[in-house]
Design a protein around this ligand. Structure first.
Ligand code: GDP
Ligand code: MG
Length: 164
């Protein structure tokens, strides 16, 4: 069976943009409204002749009446239960938020590999200083990416495949 990689993180950090970039087609809908992802949440990703199934957990229950926090907790649980590697996405422009901390607290309880993807690092070169504060989340290795521009994707995929 193909390994599973799940992307978790609060709304608007760029999970769907990341998903769409890797899939190469706009099959999950991206909107500026936080939490709006309506279409497919599963896709096959191939990299250097290897494959995994990517899950955009943000799209799991788009019409739920539950609070964002309840949905995020459920998404983190699904990732913990089903994924072989978890990509925890945060937004460098916002820094660490209360929701990021909640998700981190849940994810720290699993033994599964977690990669912290700091998204929206849109400049090539040295990462900006504000990237380093994310080490305070107590999650493993930090990878910087720009899902819009496709920066850092190869390095992140290589890191993912280290665990598969
Ligand atoms: P989701 O709620 O986590 O799925 O986030 P989306 O993928 O829907 O993205 C939320 C917003 O962030 C959209 O306006 C995206 O265009 C924007 N966004 C996503 N990735 C990047 C990025 O790498 N850089 C910048 N500057 N904006 C991004
Ligand atoms: Mg989304």
């Amino acid at each position: 069976p193909k390994p599973i990689v799940a992307v978790v993180g609060r709304p608007n950090v760029g999970k769907s943009t990341f998903f769409n970039y890797l899939v190469g087609k706009r099959i999950s809908i991206v909107e500026d409204t936080p939490g709006v992802t309506r279409d497919r949440i599963y896709a096959e990703v191939e990299w250097r002749n290897r494959k995994f199934t990517l899950i955009d957990t943000g799209g799991i229950e788009p019409y739920s009446e539950d609070t964002i926090m309840q949905q995020m907790k459920r998404q983190a649980e699904i990732a913990i239960d089903t994924a072989d590697v978890i990509v925890f996405m945060v937004d460098v422009k916002d820094g660490i938020t209360a929701s990021d901390k909640e998700v981190a607290t849940m994810l720290r309880k699993t033994q599964k590999p977690i990669i912290l993807a700091v998204n929206k690092v849109d400049q090539v070169g040295e990462p900006p200083a504000d990237v380093y504060e994310f080490y305070n989340l107590g999650i493993g290795e930090i990878m910087t990416i720009s899902s819009i521009h496709g920066l850092g994707m190869g390095d992140l995929l290589d890191e993912i495949f280290k665990y598969l």
